[in-house]
Design a protein around this ligand. Structure first.
Ligand code: ZN
Length: 447
């Protein structure tokens, strides 16, 4: 039994694992490297395995850094089933078509070959085989089971068991349980090997009430008749914000007719999928047939509607993508509102290095958008407790539930985070062996 680390080994993005035994080869996640130019260049490195020899893919969830290179795998000859939950399949379809579109425009701008095309995405979607949480599966003599990771809707942790009764768990991304919108992260109880994410190793989320903070930011924009621009990720973060706005308006903790604009075609599509699967929400929102529709919510579908948002004078809220301000409609709002001292930008999610979002969070006084310079006179605000990732105490608790671990592999975190998490695991839990794998390292799994 062997495990090869195809990504997210020393970095957060590019998740991918090749599991091999005497009978079969499985890939668990095959995501895009994102972030710095150096990281992104890893996407175009030749694969050092034959995709046609891989029998199946097990996909944990629909984030691009977990599913983004699947069309490349298919383009290079993979023809097996891609196992995922139904929601993951639907969300991955949106994410992958968007990714192919971006690759195409990159090609037009920079004359480089796209990683894959829409045709490859179509072929990839055909291979999906949807399964439910807790439904035992078997393929090529390997048994596997998905449980709810509580990270985004449809997200899973996966346990594979061999005919020799050896087992390995892939955490996927672990949610910041309890989540505001989706049910609590579930735990596996035992395994010989665990591959665990370490995004928030060494860090705890701030001990604050994100809902009260959010209401304060909304009310302060309202009081000053200013614009509150929220760059938001299309999956999960946008839906959480919309639910909270509905709840705060219903409770009159914010003005019910405060105009809110949702200005992201991808988030709008994603929100429809979330609404279709609202039976998967937690008790707080499960029985609401329209969990995202609040009074004075305006959804900008067309570009023209987007460009007209600025005509709404007085207080307003704009939720727009992309979440790290690397593209999308949020940029035209940034051009309008960064120079406006009465406006605010509210960050509610992670901002990676070399993004406009990170520059603004770090206090840039002038930024460049589409080669034009814009002064930053607006206020920059943040809520750091709305993360959809478990922090270190929650990661440790997740791990504590698993008995009989022989080896723990820490991935999906920068080296600083996984070194800190490893030392906490050594201090608090009895795990015989902890390995921080390197990119493309292959490790024998022997008990
Ligand atoms: Zn994720």
């Amino acid at each position: 039994m062997k495990l090869k680390f195809l990504g997210a080994a020393g970095t957060v993005t590019g998740s991918g694992y090749l599991f091999t035994n005497d009978h079969t080869k499985f890939i668990i996640d095959f995501g895009m490297f994102q972030g710095t130019k150096e990281e992104e260049s890893l996407n175009t490195r030749p694969l050092d395995f034959l995709p046609s020899e891989v029998d199946a893919v097990l996909l944990t969830h629909a984030h691009l850094d977990h599913c983004g290179r699947l069309p490349l795998l298919v383009k290079k000859g993979f023809r097996g089933p891609i196992y995922a939950t139904e929601v993951t399949q639907e969300l991955a379809e949106i994410v992958l078509f968007d990714s192919a579109k971006i690759a195409l425009s990159d090609q037009e701008n920079k004359l480089i070959n796209p990683l894959y095309t829409e045709h490859d995405v179509v072929e990839t979607i055909k291979l999906f085989k949807t399964i439910d949480y807790h439904e035992p599966q078997e393929f090529k003599h390997l048994k596997f089971e998905y449980i709810n990771a509580g990270h985004i809707l449809g997200s899973a942790s996966i346990k594979i068991t061999t005919p020799q009764n050896q087992s390995i768990i892939f955490s996927g991304d672990i949610g910041a349980y309890p989540d505001l919108l989706i049910p609590h992260t579930e735990f596996f109880e035992n395994a010989n090997f665990v591959v665990m994410e370490s995004t928030y190793g060494g860090r705890a989320h701030p001990n604050e009430n994100p809902i009260e903070l959010f209401a304060e930011h909304l009310n302060s924009a309202d009081a000053t008749k200013g614009t509150l621009l929220i760059p938001a990720f299309a999956i999960q973060k946008t839906q959480v914000l919309l639910c909270l706005i509905k709840e705060l308006k219903a409770q009159k903790k914010i003005r019910p007719d405060l105009p809110v604009f949702l200005d992201s075609p991808m988030a709008t599509e994603t929100t429809k999928i979330y609404a279709d699967h609202s039976y998967l929400f937690n008790d707080r929102f499960q029985n609401d047939s329209t969990p995202f529709d609040s009074p004075a919510l305006n959804v900008a579908l067309r570009n023209k509607q987007s460009s007209q948002i600025k005509r709404t004078k007085g207080a307003k809220v704009i939720i727009a993508g992309s979440g790290m301000m690397t593209g999308g409609r949020v940029l035209s709002h940034a051009k309008e509102y960064l120079p406006d001292p009465n406006a605010s930008v509210l960050f509610v999610g992670y901002q990676a290095a070399e993004t406009l979002g990170r520059d603004l969070k770090q206090g840039a006084t002038e930024v460049k958008i589409d080669s034009q310079k814009y002064p930053v006179y607006c206020k920059i605000k943040e809520i750091n407790s709305l993360s959809s990732h478990a922090d270190e105490p929650h990661l440790l608790n997740w791990l504590k539930n698993i008995k009989n671990i022989n080896t723990l592999f820490l991935t999906h975190g920068d080296d600083d985070s996984r070194i800190k998490l490893a030392s906490e695991v050594r201090r608090k839990l009895a795990v015989p062996e902890i390995i921080l794998p390197k990119l493309n390292e292959e490790i024998n799994l022997e008990v």
